[in-house]
Design a protein around this ligand. Structure first.
Ligand SMILES: Cc1cc2nc3c(=O)[nH]c(=O)nc-3n(C[C@H](O)[C@H](O)[C@H](O)COP(=O)(O)OP(=O)(O)OC[C@H]3O[C@@H](n4cnc5c(N)ncnc54)[C@H](O)[C@@H]3O)c2cc1C
Length: 495
């Protein structure tokens, strides 16, 4: 195996990021925010001047989840989001979604300018393009829909040398550094006495009385009046049926140094996704290249996907990536995020997730919507994103397709256990009647774990780029000793 493919490193990882203690006692708070990604931090920030005691807990380090692996464009030109929402809910709702995304961009600009946040916030033109003739009608449909709400400009080429068939663009969109923004907001929250605990995993949420929730964590119990679930893929919402309403989409990203940046970002509408942007920090300029997207459950060979990405970067730009990473986001079957009160039975339990790979805008919006709900302030977008919204026919059809595809991978991984891309020191075999994942280290020591994900019992697949056991159905991740690194599972796979 080529050593180059053994590691993932995001361009956004900061050399020094303030760390927080883990929780080591039982505490009480007014508002508990579960998850310190952009959603959790934006929510805390919007609540910083409220009279409430606010606590944020993260199972790892704040920002090191999906947020750190984003491409971080702030745009409302979001592939065919408009057409998909229009198909499910009609023109008015699709128009309201576009208005919400513009509002999120306005809010981001206001926050960054008011608080002088240094996060490489740069105005760019956003392009939507196609590379194949058969997708031209999809592009035209999105263009026609969006044109009712926004001035668009035709474009026949991109500002870089990349073959396309057609494109259009919008102005006044932005790119930024998601971790610099998140860390700056977190420091502003700390000045307002918001309490942060890192390396503290929430394991269970139960209603104690009509006014309180009891939240069990790896470090102690938290009693809270309001609980905001911002942990990307929540496992504790069994009645909410997240796995049946969503799926995960994975992409591979590379960044290579360039002489100069150009102020544009672009994404396409073909089956093979390409997404581009530049990034300039104090020392260097980079071109960020995303491709090889797939449903998480469609492909287990991440090593090959990473190789494909490298080959594409070499072929299209004669360059070699200095940073490479992969990421997956939660996609909802009706293309609208879930933001707000879980349902009427739980008026103090809130959820924000399912951003369909557009979480920079939607997490900023989520922070504002949830803070307004907690503080009793009217917000025009509450009904648009309501998590317990009614199911439409096209959503039910999408749910059925999704569940069929998920069942397919569930069965496939049960039948096939060892893959050709596994290093020689990795295997899956039955021991004492249990399916085990085995990693043999340099000293010949076997690290034996259960091969079943505790979340919904999918068989785990070894990922050589991260040296982890990954769930191909819902994205949980475990280290070679069986410690859970990423949910939805909150349980280890130690034997
Ligand atoms: C490839 C890719 C590219 C993208 N590019 C863009 C883009 O250009 N523009 C855009 O708008 N969006 C983009 N997105 C989407 C965006 O990055 C995400 O939607 C967004 O970052 C999600 O933020 P979050 O805070 O909800 O989740 P996260 O950042 O994952 O934060 C959740 C946090 O919760 C913590 N957590 C999880 N479980 C627990 C638990 N049990 N207890 C305590 N803590 C827990 C995690 O440690 C994590 O820090 C992209 C997504 C992908 C996959």
């Amino acid at each position: 195996m080529n050593g180059d493919f053994m590691t993932e490193l995001s361009l956004w990882k900061l050399d020094q990021q303030p760390q927080e203690d883990s929780l080591k006692q039982n505490i009480k708070t007014d508002v508990l925010i579960v998850g310190g990604g952009l959603t959790g931090i934006n929510t805390a920030f919007q609540l910083r001047n409220s009279p409430y005691k606010i606590t944020v807990v993260d199972q790892g380090q704040c920002g090191h989840g999906v947020t750190m692996r984003s491409t971080a464009k702030l745009t409302y030109l979001q592939q065919d989001q408009y057409s998909k929402i229009q198909k499910c809910y009609g023109t008015k709702v699709a128009g309201a979604y576009i208005a919400s995304q513009k509002e999120a961009i306005r809010l981001a600009k206001e926050i960054i300018e008011t608080h002088h946040i240094d996060c490489d916030f740069t105005k760019v033109d956003s392009y939507l393009f196609v590379t194949q003739k058969e997708n031209l009608s999809k592009l035209k449909q999105e263009q026609k829909g969006l044109a009712q709400w926004q001035k668009l400009e035709d474009a026949s080429i991109l500002p870089i040398n990349f073959d396309i068939i057609s494109a259009f663009k919008v102005k006044d969109t932005y790119v930024f550094h998601p971790l610099k923004y998140l860390v700056a907001l977190k420091e502003l929250c700390k000045k307002k006495n918001i309490q942060f605990y890192e390396h503290t995993m929430v394991q269970n949420i139960k209603r104690q009385t009509s006014k309180n929730y009891i939240v069990k964590t790896s470090g102690g119990t938290i009693t809270a009046k309001h609980v905001v679930i911002c942990c990307h893929y929540p496992f504790f919402l069994i009645p909410f049926f997240i796995p049946f309403k969503t799926y995960l989409e994975k992409s591979y990203i590379g960044a290579f140094p360039v002489e100069q940046v150009q102020n544009f970002s672009a994404i396409n509408l073909d089956s093979d996704t390409y997404s581009f942007r530049y990034h300039q920090d104090q020392e260097k300029a980079y071109f960020i290249y995303l491709s090889e997207s797939h449903r998480l459950s469609d492909e287990v060979n991440g090593v090959q996907k990473m190789k494909n990405l490298d080959q594409k970067i070499q072929h299209d730009f004669r360059q070699k990536a200095e940073y490479r990473w992969s990421n997956y986001d939660l996609m909802t079957n009706d293309s609208l995020p879930f933001i707000g009160r879980i349902n009427q039975k739980h008026p103090q339990l809130y959820l924000a997730t399912g951003y369909n790979t557009w979480g920079m805008t939607n997490s900023i919006l989520a922070g504002k919507i949830i803070a307004d709900l907690i503080m009793g302030i009217d917000n025009p977008y509450v009904s648009l994103f309501q998590p317990d919204r009614k199911w439409t026919t096209s959503k039910i059809v999408n749910d059925l397709i999704d569940n069929f595809l998920m069942a397919k991978i569930f069965i496939q991984t049960k039948i096939k256990k060892n893959y050709s891309f596994y290093p020689k020191n990795v295997k899956v075999e039955v021991r004492n009647g249990k399916s085990c994942g085995i990693y043999i280290d340099d000293k010949g020591v076997e690290h034996v774990v259960s091969n079943l994900c505790p979340h919904m019992f999918c068989s785990l697949v070894f990922n050589p780029t991260t040296m982890t056991w990954d769930c191909p159905c819902h994205g949980s991740r475990f280290d070679i000793d069986g410690n859970v690194l990423k949910g939805p599972s909150h349980k280890d796979i130690k034997l």
